[in-house]
Design a protein around this ligand. Structure first.
Ligand code: BGC
Length: 316
């Protein structure tokens, strides 16, 4: 039986995730394929088109039933024209007409928005923000993303930069390093997986005594595991990542005054160790009337595709 289908695409540094939702926003199927970042934007766009066609065909749906495709992309973009200007973690994406190219390849309406904005929509609709009108979502992965949901809608700002919460500058100049966005001292440089790994490598290179020095390569999870096992060096790194995230949230709390902060992304899987440390800093630096809960995201890896499909389904 035919039914209207809404496709959501979530572009990550290594993987593109595609999901099909029905008219109620229920996620029916997902598919994951390689992004192909290293081969440049043309390949990435071609991969998206082929994965979208594939998930529809593989699950026995008719192409005519696809109403449209929503896409979450990391980086700075014009949501209306669908041109991506730059992406801190996608060096090749400079002035790429994503919407026009994919509409031409797929012959369907395409809506694009920032990856963290669409994950925030997903969480607000059916995750940790269910039933709330105003939430702020942080995604801690390769970069630090943010999404501000005000009265149930993404707050985009004048040039689409509202919610680029990873590029709030929190690290003092003396200690600041350059971010992929070109600025220095962004919260992304310390609270992302990339930032955590960099701090760990610096510690090892400095000769700090830590079991992390015995690893051939260090992942953010290794740093959290070492911290949980009591390694002082790893603990210091986790505290630093949490400190600057907590401070950034304190600033966001008095600018946006959300009902709740939601934190997702791979780094959030560190759990209580990270959340407790962030909450402590947040409480210390936030006026009491602006203090709210900081909770883990609930949709995990699905938030992006659900929110992206919703761009089309809800006409956003
Ligand atoms: C980008 C954001 C993105 C975030 C997470 C940041 O570097 O500026 O646009 O949402 O990474 O992918």
């Amino acid at each position: 039986m035919s039914q209207p289908l809404y496709v959501g695409v979530d572009i990550g540094g290594t993987t593109i995730k595609v999901g099909i939702c029905n008219a109620e926003g229920k996620l029916l199927h997902t598919f994951e394929g390689a992004t192909g970042t290293e081969s440049g934007p043309d390949t990435v766009l071609e991969n998206i088109a082929s994965y979208v066609r594939r998930i529809v065909a593989d699950n026995g749906y008719a192409w005519e039933d696809v109403v449209g495709v929503g896409i979450g992309i990391p980086g700075f973009m014009d949501f209306a024209t669908g041109v991506v200007f730059m992406s801190a973690n996608f060096p090749g994406f400079k002035n790429v007409p994503v919407k026009a190219t994919l509409e031409q390849k797929l012959g369907k309406p395409v809506a694009i928005n920032n990856d963290a904005n669409v994950a925030a929509l997903g969480e607000a609709w059916s995750g940790a923000g269910r039933g709330l009108d105003n939430v702020v979502v942080y995604t801690l992965g390769t970069g630090v993303g943010g999404g501000i949901i005000v009265r149930g809608r993404i707050y985009e700002g004048a040039t689409g930069m509202a919610g680029e919460l990873g590029h709030v500058q929190v690290v003092p100049d003396m200690e600041a390093i350059q971010c992929g966005c070109g600025q220095h001292g962004c919260v992304e440089t310390v609270s992302s997986a990339t930032g955590i790994i960099r701090m760990a490598k610096d510690a090892v290179e400095r000769g700090d005594k830590t079991p992390l020095a015995d690893l051939a390569s260090i992942a953010a999870k290794d740093v959290f595991d070492a911290a949980k096992a009591g390694d002082e060096v790893a603990l210091r790194i986790v505290k630093r990542a949490a400190f600057y995230l907590g401070k950034a949230m304190a600033a966001t709390a008095v600018i946006v005054n959300p009902e709740r902060f939601i934190v997702g992304g791979g780094v959030a899987r560190a759990g209580d160790m990270l959340f407790d440390a962030v909450r402590e800093v947040f409480k210390k630096y936030t006026p009491e009337r602006a203090i709210v809960d900081i909770v883990p995201a609930e949709l995990g890896n699905d938030a992006g595709v659900v929110g992206a499909a919703g761009l089309v389904l809800r006409g956003m």
